[in-house]
Design a protein around this ligand. Structure first.
Ligand code: SIN
Length: 485
């Protein structure tokens, strides 16, 4: 890997301001998904190292929370600027270990950094309240205090932004953090830690545990009552397990779990805009995002026209190595991901769906999968109920608005939904009827640091980013002052 600053390439956990091997010397291998090459051997930490990180964070807490908000903001701001300066190296590390096209990786660095900038500013605006009292001899106040040690368990699909979206509000509020990144993409996390070290976070405030022992790390974090908050992004199954484990000590949790996004194209939509929106929301990051379109519902009268325009746009997408400037779709993260996609396609085909295009592995790219469209899909098929997490689009026709809403809401997920329409009454009706935490209206990309990201139903609890994102890292304390004594 060619970097300008080689010190960004770290292979040890970062605990209490020190780079640490696993106590027993264990390591794990990190591979480039685009060619299978070995990239690094990284410390494989276990329960002892997690506890060491929690000890360090707990010890650092009082010093960190006592800083003036402006002092914490200054360190966060420095970290943000260091990330921007290292943008190209961070993007290179990300594309190498995760596979996404370099342009997407560069954008993710900006996206990730934007949460740090945002929460550095929000740190200074964590206002409390004065409540009109219920008696003449009383004064009532609400103050906001940091919740305590915050843990973040983060996924491989956005190796940088999913960390900053969680830890920037935590750090801004005055909470030290313990981060467990995915074992598939630890190098981006460690590069962030290197820059955090340079930014000047005090020892113990910023800790990263690298490990393949996700169950041990998760259980240790959940069972340690000094960790007062866990934020997790990943599968619904793991999220449910972590929430259960956190219930033993009533730990506050934020969960950003799976989605099953509908993308509805109504007959009054601008079809070209809808095609552009569908392509970006379906194929960003090779279809490996929680907010990726999973089901495209198209009104009967425009079904043929939309399908043909969409097929032409999808056929133009180039599968390749993320470092090739023509690449639109990089590799999937691992063999298991390809097998899942193939299984879902096979199941859909055996239940009556048909291939409009694609449906096979790339011949030239390891872990590459050809962008695929299935038509004749219905909501009872596994592909319409499970998160595909790959470059496969499914098309379903519908006749009426109420039918589209019923199909769209017929899922246990409720993260993101999209629709394209022009009639203003319809836009309000549909936006209000969709049971989702986020709705893109004539927009295929909705993620930004200024808006609340999160889902309802089994897609999660809590919101990340925006003015609401810091709420999960604070406790409200009510002060009741009697004036008579
Ligand atoms: C995710 O897939 O979890 C995050 C996607 C985004 O932030 O846009």
């Amino acid at each position: 890997m060619q970097l300008t600053n080689n010190s960004l390439l770290q292979t040890q956990s970062f605990i209490n301001g020190q780079w640490c091997d696993a106590n027993n010397g264990d390591t794990f291998k990190v591979y480039n998904p685009a060619d299978g090459n070995l990239l690094a051997e990284v410390a494989d930490a276990g329960q002892e190292e997690v506890t060491h990180a929690i000890n360090a964070a707990d010890t650092a807490w009082s010093g960190w929370r006592e800083l003036a908000a402006k002092e914490r903001a200054t360190i966060l701001r420095r970290w943000f600027e260091l990330i921007l300066t290292a943008r190209e190296d961070l993007a290179t590390i990300m594309t190498t270990e995760q596979g996404k096209p370099l342009t997407e990786a560069r954008n993710e660095v900006l996206y990730g950094a934007s949460f740090i900038e945002w929460f550095a500013e929000e740190a200074k605006r964590l206002y409390g309240d004065i409540i009109p009292a219920h008696g003449r001899d009383k004064r009532l106040l609400v103050v906001k205090q940091p919740i305590g040690v915050a843990a973040a368990i983060t996924p491989w699909n956005f190796p940088l932004a999913m960390i900053t979206r969680k830890v920037a509000p935590a750090l801004a509020a005055g909470c030290p953090v313990v981060i467990k990144p995915s074992e598939l993409t630890p190098l981006s996390a460690l590069a962030l830690a290197k820059l955090a070290q340079q930014a000047g976070f005090p020892d113990g405030v910023f800790n990263v545990i690298t490990s393949t022992k996700a169950d041990v790390v998760g259980k240790t974090i959940c069972e340690d009552s000094r960790v007062r908050k866990l934020s997790f992004t990943g599968s619904t199954a793991v999220g449910k397990l972590l929430a259960q484990q956190c219930s033993a000590n009533v730990k506050k949790v934020s969960l950003e779990l799976g989605g099953n996004a509908p993308f509805i194209v109504f007959d009054d939509a601008d079809l070209d805009a809808a095609v552009t929106g569908a392509v970006i929301s379906k194929f960003r990051n090779a279809g490996q995002t929680c907010v990726c379109t999973n089901r495209i519902l198209v009104q009967d009268s425009v079904f043929e026209a939309f399908s043909e325009k969409f097929r032409i746009a999808v056929d133009a997408l180039v599968v390749g190595n993320g470092f090739d400037e023509h690449t639109d779709i990089g590799p999937l993260i691992e063999e298991r991901a390809l097998q899942k996609v193939e299984k879902l396609i096979a199941d859909a085909l055996s239940n009556g769906a048909a291939l409009l295009t694609g449906g096979y592995r790339s011949q030239s790219l390891s872990h590459g999968f050809q962008p695929t469209i299935l038509t004749g899909v219905n909501n009872s098929m596994a592909i319409a109920q499970e998160e595909i997490f790959g470059p496969v689009a499914t098309l379903m026709p519908f006749t009426t608005e109420s039918e589209a809403i019923a199909i769209a809401n017929d899922t246990s997920s409720g993260l993101a939904a999209y629709f394209y329409a022009r009639d203003i009454s319809r836009i309000w009706r549909v936006a209000e009827a969709l049971e989702y935490g986020m709705v893109g209206i004539n927009e295929g990309i909705i993620s930004t640091e200024v808006a609340p990201f999160g889902g309802i139903k089994e897609s999660g609890i809590g919101r990340e980013g925006s003015k609401y994102g810091i709420d999960d890292y604070i406790e409200l304390k009510y002060l009741c002052m009697g004036l008579s004594g």
